[in-house]
Ligand binder design. Structure first.
Ligand code: HEC
Length: 137
């Protein structure tokens, strides 16, 4: 009896491993996992930096988009591929030169580190956290 129970357990386990792998992967992709950097305090600081400072000028209030910059409050990206926190952070650090634009009619390059805002690393993380929330609701 004991060995039969053990065998059926093993079979169930094996079935889950092989058959269940795809389903598990799909579930992970659909679920939004909040990165550890996206804390309420970081988002609040990022909100004020974004919406009082230079980002809003080009991306519109709350990232709704404007003539000078793409929408950040959806999941369609011009420059990013996945919209991950790391990608968002990297592009805020580097900016986007005009020769890399997807929409060539946009008038100005996106400045590195917010240009005149000259964001330090803490501020970069905060703005990234805020921007991440715009597309992960
Ligand atoms: C001078 C205008 C300007 C400013 C200021 C600016 N951006 Fe941008 N941003 C752009 C342009 C233009 C692009 C790329 C558009 C393209 O590829 O056609 C871009 C791209 C992005 C992207 C990638 C969007 C995508 O669809 O892939 C993110 C994220 C972003 N900016 C965040 C920010 C943040 C945060 C700030 C403030 C620290 C900021 N930007 C300041 C103009 C600006």
């Amino acid at each position: 009896m004991r060995s039969l129970a053990a065998l059926s357990l093993l079979l169930v386990f094996a079935a889950c491993r092989s058959g269940g792998a795809g389903a598990t992967g799909a579930g992970t992709a659909a679920k939004i996992v909040t990165p550890p950097e996206v804390t309420p305090a970081a988002v609040a600081l990022g909100d004020s930096l974004f919406n009082n400072g230079g980002c809003m000028r080009c991306h519109g209030a709350k990232g709704v988009g404007a003539a000078n910059g793409p929408v950040l409050a959806d999941t369609q990206w011009d420059q990013l591929t996945t919209g991950s926190f790391e990608e968002i952070r990297a592009i805020i650090v580097s900016g986007v030169p005009k020769d890399k634009f997807k929409v060539a009619s946009r008038p100005n390059a996106m400045p590195a580190r917010g240009g005149r805002m000259n964001l330090n690393d803490t501020q970069i993380t905060a703005v990234s956290a805020y921007v991440w929330t715009l597309s992960h609701k």
